[in-house]
Design a protein around this ligand. Structure first.
Ligand code: FPP
Length: 255
């Protein structure tokens, strides 16, 4: 069955499996601490968890996955940890790009490029370029990303268009603001998962999360893998999504 929220809304299949899952990969530090290891080793183990999870995601029927690799707030961490997280993006791309390319994965990196070092920009550019022809699965890495910063950037673009006389401010609508976000190319997330037991959005996909379901899993990110993702998808399958309508039949009546 499909429902149409509002007269002109898109058709949305109810009970459909999610196309897009976004992951807040939390708990690397606690995983390391529990083992008496430096935090850096927790982040390294986190890269392996990311590889395992991406490998299993397409087989679970997903088309898009967005992961929170580095937030605009993570600059507040000690410089040594910031350097380690930057290094890990490079490590991930250098050790996994060939496999991602062969597996039909297209890599997208969202977030502000300003402030990133030239070697990081090169790695991002290489990952996007080498996988640009792929379409089986989309891996979107949020790096130097913040939901508020992304909204501010979109608003600034609209304001510039108004100031230059190219846009009537009375015509600005939700679609225009959404189209200016760095996530505009893909579908909105159906499901947002956060690991480690914390229950916060932490400035991730603020606009895009409008109708997402949330699942919070009590597993530290370095221990995560496809079996945990499958459990989150199962939890999602029990949810009823109404997109603001009181009942699914109200949504149908509105169409
Ligand atoms: C949160 O754990 C995790 C991060 C801030 C970084 C996530 C990064 C990875 C999983 C590996 C790198 C992957 C890419 C693509 C760069 P935390 O350190 O906040 O853990 P804690 O809350 O237990 O301290």
């Amino acid at each position: 069955m499909a429902v149409r929220p509002g007269r002109d809304g898109p058709l949305i299949p109810t009970g459909a499996p999610p196309r897009h899952v976004a992951l807040i990969m939390d708990g690397n530090g606690r995983w390391a601490k529990a083992r008496g290891l430096p935090r850096a080793l927790g982040h390294r183990a986190g890269v392996n968890a990311l590889k395992r999870t991406v490998e299993g995601a397409a087989d679970l029927g997903l088309e898009w996955m967005t992961v929170f690799g580095f937030s605009t707030e993570n600059w507040r961490r000690p410089p040594s940890e910031v350097t380690e997280l930057m290094r890990l993006l490079k490590l991930y791309v250098e050790t996994d790009l060939g496999r991602l390319e062969r597996d039909g994965v297209r890599v997208h990196v969202i977030g502000r490029r300003a402030g990133l070092a030239p070697d990081i920009l090169e790695v991002i550019d290489r990952a996007e370029r080498r996988t640009a022809h792929n379409s089986r699965f989309h891996l979107q890495v949020a790096f130097n990303y913040g939901g508020r910063a992304d909204l501010a950037d979109s608003a600034r673009r609209l304001a510039t268009a108004v100031a230059e006389g190219r846009l009537d401010p009375g015509l600005i609508n939700e679609a225009m603001l959404g189209a200016g976000l760095s996530t505009a190319e893909g579908p909105e997330p159906d499901l947002i998962v956060r690991t480690s037991g914390e229950q916060r959005i932490s400035n991730f996909l603020l606009w895009e999360a409008a109708y997402a379901e949330f699942v919070f899993q009590d597993v530290l990110w370095p221990d995560y893998g496809p079996e945990h993702l499958a459990a989150a998808l199962h939890e999602f399958s029990m949810r009823e999504r109404r997109y603001g309508a009181s009942e699914v039949h109200d949504v149908l009546a509105a169409g």
